[in-house]
Design a protein around this ligand. Sequence first.
Ligand code: 13P
Length: 246
Amino acid sequence: MARRPLVAGNWKMNGLSASVAELQKIMAGTQHFANVDVMVCPPATLLAGFAAAARGSRVAIGAQDCHPCPAGAYTGDIAAEMLKDAGAQAVIVGHSERRHYHGETDAMVRDKALAARRSGLAAIICVGETQAERDAGHARAVVRAQLEGSLPDGAADFALAYEPVWAIGSGVTPTPHDVADMHGFIRQMLSARYGDAAQRTRILYGGSVKPNNAAELLAVDNVDGALVGGASLKAEEFLPIVRIYG
Ligand code: 13P
C-alpha cells in the first residue's frame, strides 16, 4: 500500500526566536511539494511562535517530548495538552536521547504515546539499538523489546522512527540492506499486533540523514520518510532531503 511519506526535522536543543527565519525558508521551499508531509519539531520555547508562523503552510509543527499526565505538580514538564494548545500537531516520544539522558523506560514511552493520543497529537515513537547491541547481534531483539514495551495498544495511530543510536550525529548510517531488514522486521511486528491497520503506519528512518545519502535511504522498502536531526536546522540542507519526494 502507498503510504504518504513524512520528513520531520528534530531540532533538539537548538534554536532561538530568530530561527523563525529558517522556518520561513523551509515553508517557502516546500509549498509546492504536494506528495510529502513536512514537519519541524523545534524546542518547546519556539512551539507557539512556529505554529503561528506556519499556519496555512505545508509545514506542520511538532514537539520533542511530553509528560504522560494532563496537568499536575511536575516542575519543568509539559503536558501533551499544552503542546496541542501551543499549536503542535505531533510529538516525538522515546527518542534515544530521552531514553539515555533522562532514563526513560519503554513503559514511560508508552504512557507518553498514550498522552499524545489522548490530547489529539500524532506520536512519533522512536526505537533503535546501540552499537554494542548491534555488534553483539542483538539489534532485532532490542528493537522487538522496545516495540513490545513502547507501543500503545489499540490503534496503530502513530508513526514509528527507527533510529540506530550509533547512527545519530555520527555521520555513519546503516547500509540500505540493514535498513530494509530492520524496517521489514518492524512492519512484521506491527502487522502481528495491529493487523491490516499496520499497513498505514509510517516507519521513518533517522540517524545522519543528509542531502548526499537521503535518496538511497529513502528508496528502501518500508522506509516512509525520515526523522532528520542536524541537517534539519538549515533550510539549505533540509530542503534537498524533502525534495526527494517532491
Ligand atoms: P542526526 O540527523 O543529527 O543524526 O539526528 C538524528 C536524530 O536523532 C533525529 O531524531
